[in-house]
Write a protein of this length. Structure first.
Length: 94
């Protein structure tokens, strides 16, 4: 996916304006606080985190004050992996 983005950026001659980075959504310490005008988390990255609250806090940290954080949450199934990791099967309803 990143390679597709890099190719599109190159095709549009935007290499000097756009930088592609692969980072963990729960730890974006490579970016300072209040860095971005907007944070967009599309494609369910927050849903698949074992600690989604940590991802959201990090998204909020890297955007400038009064900016927007947009998150898509399309799947309820990642909660099962969290329950397994936490050994919290009793939270599952019958």
């Amino acid at each position: 996916m990143l390679k597709v983005a890099e190719n599109k950026i190159k095709k549009q001659k935007l290499e000097k304006k756009i930088e592609v980075k692969r980072v963990d959504i729960r730890d974006m310490s490579c970016f300072p606080s209040n860095y971005f005008d907007i944070a967009l988390a599309e494609g369910d990255p927050v849903s698949y985190c074992l600690r989604p609250e940590k991802a959201i806090k990090e998204l909020v940290r890297v955007v400038k004050p009064n900016s927007h954080v947009i998150v898509s949450v399309d799947s309820k199934y990642p909660v099962i992996s969290r329950l397994i990791a936490e050994e919290s099967f009793n939270k599952l309803s019958k």
